[in-house]
Design a protein around this ligand. Structure first.
Ligand code: FES
Length: 118
């Protein structure tokens, strides 16, 4: 990834620009907490875990339930419905019943703003 001024980043593999949208400020997502934001009609959960902010789609890959009510710990979030856990960094499903990953989004911290690539 090559960083450019403004809210764009160039993907060096595809040579396409990603647009980062400000969705919250850092103080709105304290360590250990989650916050749901909406970007272009898509619900995204911001997760402050392991000293990082992650962004994942608020949608479980198993039966399309929302993830924001689930437990979050040590870099993973659990679905509150059937208990599948997902790695926040990659979206990978860690245990059944989910087998497919959840969608993740790139996060950029600009000053005190949290920006998500859409
Ligand atoms: S809906 Fe999430 S594990 Fe079943």
């Amino acid at each position: 990834m090559l960083e450019r001024p403004g809210n764009h980043k160039w993907d060096s593999e595809t040579l396409t620009a990603k647009t980062f949208v400000t969705v919250a400020t850092i103080d709105q997502v304290p360590a250990g907490s989650k916050k749901v934001v909406e970007v272009a009609g898509t619900e995204i959960v911001l997760c402050h875990s392991k000293d990082r902010i992650f962004a994942v789609r608020n949608l479980c890959s198993h039966a399309s339930e929302k993830l924001d009510g689930g437990q979050m710990k040590a870099g993973w979030i659990a679905c509150p419905v059937h208990g599948a856990r997902f790695r926040l960094e990659t979206g990978e499903a860690m245990n059944p019943p989910a087998v497919r990953p959840i969608e993740t989004y790139e996060v950029l911290i600009d000053g005190d703003e949290i920006q998500v690539a859409v």
